[in-house]
Design a protein around this ligand. Structure first.
Ligand SMILES: O=C(O)CCC(=O)C(=O)O
Ligand SMILES: [Fe+2]
Length: 351
């Protein structure tokens, strides 16, 4: 038997929706093992229609093919709540590398400016920006919104299984998921030049995600890698049509008192073709207090971390990662005065 580490296993999620208790328990066991190992697994057999997934991927491609000036009209810098387009090089996720070679588009709950979350400046909450000068504009908005709603449902189902891995009831996370904030992100990674510096060029630098769970749909082009600590190697996560790569974020790791893992991953696109992917970051109710979950510490032991709200926990991580890229840009565009920042501490910063 080969000792080579394996990429995150592909689990059949359908028992969650069925009545076979043995199959359900087996799914819970598999998920528990993955959460303890590196917090990564893949699922098929969920309820998101493949036709909707394919429609989304088509929308993503047509959006990124728009002329730069059209994308810039919906730039996320027009908002302070992280909605809209982000240009290539806006983020640095790995210490000491160049800004990430990806462009993105952020979508969230469709809320107006009189919504309490916007008025109270809750985590990434406010109206979306939609491109309008675009023959597919209506289709883009409607498909994105339908998919966003589906992803909320899937995230709740995944959390229901994760609750059971900790011997908690299926509905344990209901308060956390009520009024939850989440972000859908469309990503485009142009092919990296084959002579690009291996040490400096990343589609997305090695990072861990910020929130509770991430549900990632990959297009057809490979490039995602997950760090395997035990063997110190990067494992390729080949795209599987229809599947989601699920991973826990830093907030969940903290919530579980570090019992469950939020693991490093990155993207390097050396395929020579465009890569598209669609992560969905599930943050949770912004006011919910993250305090050590039951069954995550030895009896009598103190929790490692103080309580923190979802909003505080995730908001800070966003500010850090975007702040680093703008510091980098200032440094490289005004060479004599400012040295290139060392980025110390960026390694574990996430999305
Ligand atoms: O594009 C991918 O496959 C991964 C994206 C990712 O890790 C992120 O956006 O946090
Ligand atoms: Fe990520």
């Amino acid at each position: 038997m080969s000792s080579k580490a394996e990429a995150p296993p592909i689990l059949d999620f359908s028992p969650f929706y069925g009545g076979d208790e043995v199959a359900k328990a087996a799914l819970v066991d598999q998920v528990r093992r993955c959460c303890l190992h590196n917090g990564f697994f893949q699922i098929v057999g969920h309820r998101v229609p493949q036709s909707l997934q394919q429609d989304v991927l088509r929308c993503v491609q047509s959006f990124f093919s728009l002329p730069q000036e059209e994308k810039d009209k919906v730039h996320k810098d027009n908002t302070t709540w992280n909605r809209g387009y982000e240009s290539i090089g806006s983020q640095i996720l790995e210490a000491g590398t160049n800004p990430d070679l990806k462009e993105g588009f952020y979508i969230g709950e469709e809320i107006d400016k009189d919504h309490p979350y916007f008025v109270q400046k809750k985590l990434n909450s406010g109206p979306n920006q939609w491109p309008d000068n675009f023959h597919d504009a209506d289709l883009f908005r409607e498909t994105s919104q339908a998919y966003y709603t589906e992803m909320h449902a899937l995230a709740r189902d995944v959390l229901a299984v994760i609750a059971q891995t900790l011997d908690l009831g299926e509905r344990y996370f209901d308060k956390f998921t009520t009024g939850a904030v989440a972000t859908l992100r469309y990503l485009h990674y142009p092919p990296q030049p084959s002579d690009s510096d291996e040490k400096l060029s990343r589609g997305i630098g090695a990072h861990t995600d910020f929130g509770s769970v991430t549900l990632l749909m990959q297009g057809e082009t490979k490039g995602l890698q997950v760090w395997e600590k035990a063997t110190e190697e990067w494992l390729d996560v080949e795209p599987v049509r229809g599947a989601y790569v699920v991973n826990l974020g830093n907030m969940f790791m903290r919530w579980s008192n570090d019992l469950y893992r939020s693991n490093l991953h990155r993207v390097i696109n050396l395929t020579g073709t465009e890569r598209y992917s669609v992560p969905f970051f599930y943050s949770g109710n912004p006011d919910y207090s993250i305090e050590c979950l039951p069954n995550c510490r030895a009896e009598g032991a103190a929790a490692k971390y103080a309580p923190i709200t979802v909003s505080e926990c995730i908001g800070q991580s966003y500010r850090d990662s975007y702040g680093k890229a703008s510091a980098f840009k200032k440094a490289v565009t005004s060479p004599p005065a400012v040295p290139v920042p060392s980025m110390t501490g960026a390694q574990k910063i996430a999305v």
